[in-house]
Ligand binder design. Structure first.
Ligand code: HEC
Ligand code: HEC
Ligand code: HEC
Ligand code: HEC
Length: 180
């Protein structure tokens, strides 16, 4: 279509075209970019206000201790003491309101427990060095313990204090880490 036009006319069409594109770009930007964008940085400043009024869904481990004295005692004494109860059981807000139980939290059973444990302890997670979290490879870990592959982690490891039973077994049998 442009082929019939002179050199000058083609230039005019090009410049007008670019102006229309640039203008509509600016117009769209004005319409689509939220008002408070860029006040503090490359994000919506209003978002800060909106986030602060959201209800808090998580407690801390301390928020569980008052009602679950037994679990608290075991958990605090074991190697899982730094792990959040809510990571494994779900948020406080689904369970407690006005200091009373208002809902049931999920409790993993059977094979679900293996999946839960391996979210942190799987050797497959290459980005996690052994010095930070000890990891195991499945099914090798069960093979070296000479048990059936159908065994679940909590049959040997107490979920709230993972070496509790194992240390106890060592005490009873007189085996230490070196002799195992
Ligand atoms: C590593 C994950 C994990 C952490 C952390 C954890 N739990 Fe558990 N908890 C489990 C699993 C899995 C079960 C069920 C299996 C079992 O008891 O062997 C369970 C069972 C329970 C039960 C018994 C539920 C029932 O009806 O049988 C309570 C109560 C409980 N946990 C509370 C807590 C509290 C409180 C904390 C923090 C102090 C906590 N848990 C931390 C994984 C965890
Ligand atoms: C106001 C008291 C209270 C607080 C706080 C509380 N719980 Fe409970 N929880 C209960 C009662 C009551 C039960 C039912 C009886 C039982 O298992 O001891 C229960 C049961 C559970 C169960 C078994 C499944 C269920 O919902 O019945 C889990 C898991 C659990 N609580 C975890 C937690 C965790 C994790 C926290 C902290 C985020 C927590 N609880 C805080 C009172 C409480
Ligand atoms: C949220 C991450 C997380 C989850 C989920 C978790 N653990 Fe742990 N576990 C840790 C951390 C952190 C430690 C302490 C650091 C360490 O010694 O590896 C630990 C320690 C351990 C240890 C002792 C390792 C040692 O030092 O000899 C065992 C065994 C263990 N966990 C088993 C389990 C089992 C079984 C489950 C499932 C019920 C589980 N873990 C779920 C993070 C987790
Ligand atoms: C038949 C019992 C048994 C079962 C089932 C079992 N473990 Fe173990 N696990 C052990 C023993 C025993 C040790 C050695 C503890 C020691 O030497 O102090 C151990 C050690 C570990 C360690 C520490 C490894 C290290 O390098 O020191 C982790 C992490 C672990 N187990 C996680 C798991 C997970 C996750 C599961 C489930 C998928 C599981 N275990 C199932 C018995 C078992």
């Amino acid at each position: 279509m442009l082929l019939g036009l002179s050199y000058k006319m083609r230039l005019v069409v090009l410049v007008v075209g670019l102006c229309i594109m640039g203008g509509s770009g600016l117009l769209l930007k004005g319409l689509l970019v939220p008002e408070s964008f860029g006040v503090y940085g490359p994000y919506r400043a209003d978002a800060i206000q909106e986030e602060t009024v959201l209800p808090v869904r998580h407690g801390t481990n301390v928020s569980c201790y008052s009602c679950h004295a037994y679990e608290a005692k075991v958990h605090k004494a074991g190697l899982h003491q730094t792990i959040s109860c809510e990571f494994c059981h779900g948020p406080y807000a689904d369970h407690v309101g006005n200091n009373k139980k208002i809902g049931t939290l999920p409790v993993k059973t059977g094979k679900e427990i293996n999946t839960l444990c391996l979210r942190c302890h799987n050797t497959e997670i290459k980005a996690r060095p052994e010095q930070v979290i000890k990891t195991v490879a499945m099914p090798d870990h069960l093979k070296t313990q000479h048990v059936k592959l159908t065994h679940n982690c909590n049959q040997c490891h107490h979920v709230h204090a993972p070496l509790k039973y194992i240390n106890r077994a060592k005490q009873i049998t007189g085996l230490t880490e070196k002799t195992l």
